[in-house]
Design a protein around this ligand. Structure first.
Ligand SMILES: [Zn+2]
Length: 336
């Protein structure tokens, strides 16, 4: 063998070895980072992904893939449905339903450093997310939970346990507005007092970002036109006497928020927020029943039963609004 031939053989051998090692390294990355995983999840939502070892749902990639998978879910293609029909066996769904019955009011979890109990308050949002109207204690609901779990890479148990709830919360949270850009004065307009829940609210506290207000008006017209919401109306507009879906609060300046914090040290988390989405003028607190903006469980449980709230959960998204899961009254204009 000449020197040249030996050199070529050596180079070929090294190249093969390199290729083999690359092949060995690359494939086992089911949890591959970045957009590729999101795309993969979007195309093949039925592909099981390993369940996160811990509550890794705060991981941005997880959130993106859950988001992508959920978009596919909403599209509801026949192929996806066919694959998912058997996400969980009927007997498993029945036993999961029994566990859900207990967890609905009993699951212990934490949010914002505060202990929480159960997930009954979030049932309308959960039903919307997993695409079912079945009762939370039913086998049908458990089967829908299992399909969603499978889609986002969790174990398809059908049980709405803490890991599943945390994943749902990160999915909801990922849809919210990012940042809190302060609007220019010309981006805000002052809404007539009659459109506010408290019609005596001062002018400077009735400002809303223009696009958000236009979207709100379109949404309101649709709600008024939908007889199932049973809103009192006059000439296609919300009647002056109607309280539901009126604006409680919209744009809040930093100065106002500071003042609120000093005046009401015991006010809710929203009022105390140092970096509130209300700074953008694109967050609206809408009246959905009960005490307008009190986070007490009993109040939120009441609010999430109202026709107005349930309508928002089903329809607000198509007008560009996304919910803040924890506060039934708080909706953000998320369309860019
Ligand atoms: Zn709010």
């Amino acid at each position: 063998m000449t020197f040249d031939k030996r050199k070529i053989v050596l180079i070929a051998a090294v190249s093969l070895a390199t290729l083999a090692s690359v092949v060995a390294i690359v494939p086992p990355r089911p949890d591959g980072a970045g957009a590729s995983r999101g795309l993969f999840a979007a195309r093949s939502p039925e592909t099981p992904k390993p369940a996160p070892a811990s509550l890794a749902s705060s991981n941005a990639n997880d959130v993106r893939s859950a988001e992508a998978a959920d978009t596919v879910a909403t599209a509801g293609t026949k192929a996806v449905e066919a694959v998912e029909t058997n996400a969980v066996a009927p007997a498993v769904a029945e036993s999961a339903a029994q566990q859900n019955r207990a967890l609905k009011d009993g699951l212990s979890w934490t949010f914002g450093g505060k202990p929480q109990r159960g997930w009954a308050i979030y049932v309308p949002l959960v039903q919307r997310l997993v695409g079912t109207e079945d009762d939370a204690a039913s086998a049908g609901f458990a089967a829908s939970i299992a399909r969603w779990q499978k889609r986002v890479g969790l174990t398809a148990s059908g049980v709405l346990d803490e890991a599943t709830l945390m994943r749902m919360i990160s999915t909801w949270q990922a849809r919210r507005r990012k940042g809190s850009t302060y609007p220019r004065p010309d981006e805000l307009l002052t809404v007539p007092a009659t459109e506010f829940w408290d019609s005596s609210r001062a002018d400077d506290l009735r400002q809303v970002e223009r696009q958000t207000y236009a979207a709100y008006k379109r949404m309101l017209a649709a709600a008024v036109a939908d007889s199932s919401v049973q809103l009192a109306s006059r000439n296609g507009e919300l009647a002056a006497s109607e309280k539901y879906l009126k604006i409680i609060s919209a744009f809040r300046s930093r100065e106002y928020q500071d003042r609120l914090r000093k005046l009401e040290p015991n006010a809710g988390r929203g009022a105390l927020a140092v970096n509130s989405p209300h700074f953008t003028g694109r967050a609206l607190d809408l009246y959905v029943g009960g005490e307008p903006t009190i986070t007490k469980d009993s109040n939120r449980a009441l609010q999430t039963q109202t026709r107005a709230y349930r309508w928002l959960v089903r329809k607000a998204e198509r007008f560009g609004f996304c919910p803040y899961f924890y506060e039934p009254w708080h909706w953000e204009y998320c369309a860019q």
